[in-house]
Write a protein that binds this ligand. Sequence first.
Ligand code: B3K
Ligand code: ZN
Length: 852
Amino acid sequence: DTAVYLKDYQPFPYCVDQVELTFRLQPEATRVMARLHLHANPARPGVNDLRLDGEELRLLSVTIGGRAIAATPDARGLTIAAADLPEGPFVLETEVEIAPARNTALEGLYMSNGMYCTQCEAEGFRKITYYPDRPDVMARFRVRIEGDLPVLLSNGNPLGAGPGWAEWDDPWPKPAYLFALVAGHLIAHSDQITTRSGRQVALNIWVRPGDEDRCAWGMESLKRSMRWDEEVYGREYDLDVFNIVAVDDFNMGAMENKGLNIFNSKCVLATPETMTDDEFARIESIVAHEYFHNWTGNRITCRDWFQLCLKEGLTVFRDQQFSGDLRGHAVKRIEDVLALRARQFREDQGPLAHPVRPDSFVEINNFYTATVYEKGAEIIGMLKRLVGEDGYRRALDLYFDRHDGQAATIEDWLAVFQDATGRDLTQFSRWYFEAGTPRVQVAEDWQPDLAGGTFTLTLRQDNPPTPGQPDKGAKVIPVAVGLLNPNGDEVLGTTILELTEAEQSFRFEGLGARPVASVLRGFSAPVVLDHPVSPETRAFLLAHDTDPFNRWEAGRSLAKEVLAEMVVTGAAVSRPWLDGVARLATDDTLDPAFRALALRLPSEDDLAATLAAAGHVPDPAAIHAARRRMGDALAAALGAELAALRAAMTVSGPFSAEAGPAGRRALANACLALQTRLDGGEAARAAFAAATNMTDRLAALVALIDIGAGAEALAAFEAEWKADRLVMDKWFMVQVVHAPPAELAATVEQLTARADFNMDNPNRFRAVFGAVSANHAGFHHADGAAYRLLADWLLRLDGRNPQTAARMSTAFETWRRYDAGRQALIRAELSRMAATPGLSRDLSEMTARMLG
Ligand code: B3K
Ligand code: ZN
């Protein structure tokens, strides 16, 4: 298979004014009639054949202007010779047959539990009908659905419906990837909202019967999102109805189809008994994300898939702002940075590194990555920091104004910022085009003098090579800095230093005493900061930093340094870290959610990355052992305070998923996990029995599994929830994540042999195999059993669902970090997969890139 290149972009030679689709639904033989109203695109003059994308379609007929055309499709589409096309505008009609019941790839039109649904982004529409399946072809869609099912949905506004049919009209031109259709025995949880200009919008969350009591939180999140986008971005909804549908079999979280969002049921259905606080927060942010796409993605879409970050980076940035406004910015920022480092830094530092705007791909589904999404959002955060609140607001207003109804590019996006603020963004644009995580080194200098003293910070940036990009220029890096005096008062409030050269010095005068510098406040740029300071200084910042992110970060850096020491030299857990974290955890002037985060230890994968970056070969077993010792030491240091803290964090009254009570539960459960290290599981067993919500129940279960005492609770959990697929996913997952390293492979064998392990359900597959690599020491066990097992299952899945198989293969992306033995084992698995005949385009691109 060949790659597609950004440099080859050309506009499509024809414009589609209007599309009329008729679906006659049958599981094994659905008929799709498409009528396309076309005319030549003046932006692409000349004599051009009409090339339509189409895959896995049985073509029944093609006519142009009512006359049958002899056209023979190939495996990827259909070409109609220019000679067969009339001069002016014309109408092309096709009829095809497809088999949704046999579609296990979950792309195009497929079935899930007897319901029909679609997933078209990125290139799934071509599995539904012949069409120019590219985002710069935008058209109005009118859809008629015929089928023996009570609920028949598509995009836009309802036109009419009767027994066995429904018609929908979407007045907003859109690319085919935003098309959606749903048909099934569904029940709606309904509400409504009036937009600020007075439009009445009907809101529905459609679910399978039995799930209707799980929609309240999703609906509340939707209404909050709609309000927020009006208030903060001035964006209003633009149809009479907004539908959300929950589907059990789905390759990702959710999809922003115009007026008809389709959600993985895991990302929208929730009750306190079935979902944890983290899942409630995740649902809130995904509902918001998909809703926000209505403007950033749908009204303004991408010219081509290389521009994916135009909609994804911006929409992630917007959902992060929204969650921060609702749940507190400090905690939200820490969580986002934890996720960024765990997924994006990891990607950026390995063979899969690619720019936020890639310039080639084989399979676009492989580029829905942490880099495009999360680093894409970080770039927007930096832009906002550089141009200020007002500049950002002006730029965004101009963006919506100028590009509404268009398919735009990153150049368009940057031009809007330049035009609105007058700032030249040529150098800044490197963030989009160059891969890799910059490293910023900080050196301090202090010169006492008569005027009080001069403090100098010298910042140096390094932009490491990444695949295909050996050399890189300096980037524009906004480094937020604050200075504290020795008793902890701020002597310089947060100030942005703009690092634009390889090395630059910044001087601060008249300070009186040598200050303590708090650098990269709020994580003002997605870089690795290398600021060598003593453990005492870190402990000082952990106690005093006025920037909450950096206060947490001081503890985290200290924890990583201590852990690295423990792994490399076998050192004991250091006192400054233990005392500092213990003090923070018990400080009731602080937000409980923040304290819970301070108690969280760095992950084993994070530590392996840190060690590798420092030139060590990480030993997974040693890392695992050291991290456990660290947890034990923390538990011992807090001792009796743990029970008291938990008691103080008791939440009374009816369950609420808001940040306040969720933060109290997070702290209480962090304490429970530590307490379990000391009491043999007594407190956790009691907590498990007494729990009235899934957050507390799951936390107790995990605490018990973690000390090898989970059998009874697991059995009770299973007995209670065996009929609930979403809850059982958690039951599968926790056993794999927390299996003792040597038992991981056996645990997986036993779980996958169960009748309720269904590899065609991505949630269940991920619950087990996503957890395999999350169990760092188990996955990297020296016997290689887990590597082999994962590769076996990826190969098995690849034949049925290549998208999910390819995505999960990233478990191997860090392989070059490890010792020669492990490298050989992983290389063998990657090569075995790569050499398998009939491997999908998706998985073969991934294995090829990882093998380098
Ligand atoms: N835009 C979709 C993702 C589509 C993934 C295609 N492989 C969901 C989102 O980002 O909102
Ligand atoms: Zn998105």
